[in-house]
Design a binder for this molecule. Sequence first.
Ligand SMILES: *Cc1c(COP(=O)(O)O)cnc(C)c1O
Length: 432
Amino acid sequence: MRCVWLAMAERPPSIDRLARELAITIDLPHGVLVEVARSAVADAPTRAGDVAHERAHDLEASLLRRVVNGTGVLLHTNLGRAPLSAAGDRPLNLEYDLSSGERGSRHEPISALLAGLVGSESALAVNNNAAAVLLVVAALAEGRGVAVSRGECVEIGGGFRIPEVMERAGARLVDVGTTNRTHRDDYARAVSDEDIALIMRIHLSNFTVSGFTADVDVADLAALGVPVVCDVGSGLLDSSASFLGGRLQPVPAWIADEPAVRDALSDGAGLVTFSGDKLLGGPQCGIIAGRADLVAACARHPLMRALRPGSHTLMSLQSVLLAHLRRDAADTVPFWAMVCTPIDDLERRARAVAEQCGVDVARSDAAIGAGSAPGTTIDSWAVVLDGDHSSALRRHATPVITRVRDAQTLIDLRSVHPDDDAVVVDAVRATQ
Ligand SMILES: *Cc1c(COP(=O)(O)O)cnc(C)c1O
């Protein structure tokens, strides 16, 4: 208290005045604006007013807020991947058993839903897929070897490198085979020559290798007698997309060809790990599913306490799992609703928006994003503005994030929630 009082007593009146002036246009707590004003006066005494306004605006713009994703990239990593409404502001029975009135488990209910959905004995949710891989390796291979094909020793993005994760988890990476071709015998030799705790398969999510290549089926690896862990990353539940309840028929190639969680498990993988916020369409989290004894070893590991998800994440995950189990994900999971929106709806919406703003429309190609299904595009429609208006649209009260191509600004409506078309209209009108 004393320090605060002293600071206030020493504050020149101009700083207070400046902070109050900032408050007219900038919605930040008074104390924060005082700090901004103070730093501006200290750094640029002759232009303190301008500098303070600039800094306060930058600070306000840097805060988390709702945006409109007009990029056409459905799982935009910089926009939080799968969009999902946040959980409410009331308490949840997170670790409370309502039937006994005693302490419950935050993991068990979610595990049961997950296991039912992917067809595994057991399952566990953690903070993200990187955490899932870290925990699996730490719990099952600490001080031992993990066999990984040389062609799968990859960097997924954002600094997630398989060799580094192995090392941090306390395991030794034993790379087998070559960059383009790895055979069953390469794994078999490693298993017989070294102390191998796990065989790890990593899905090459965000790039493709083609030409003279070879890899080994999970079923063949499972026969080597060491648990096989498949990091499928994108988390497609099953390649027939049964969770869409018959929508999107025939199933497009990017779904049919994506390695599915169910397939890896039925081929004999001991564990599968994947992200919750990619093709599952859920919140940021990571899922570990598979054999009960292996999942239990992960759940018991001391790192689990540091990697467990919070109540809001589990609540969102639960709602998405229930939607998949009800097979109505096409209507109720925002990512799958975007994928399943008929092209005619998008054309109608694009024309309606364009008409209200006096701009054009064009066909567009949306993308899955988040490194999933690289190279895949989905037909879409966009509102088109001549010239580069991306910066002005980004500065709209509700920012609209766009794509600029050939000196035109595109707002792809497949990644825009239909309720946000009115926001797009306002934002575009403001640029004309
Ligand atoms: C995306 C991905 C990861 C990282 O998942 P996060 O949920 O972002 O931590 C790891 N492995 C694979 C194969 C991926 O595709």
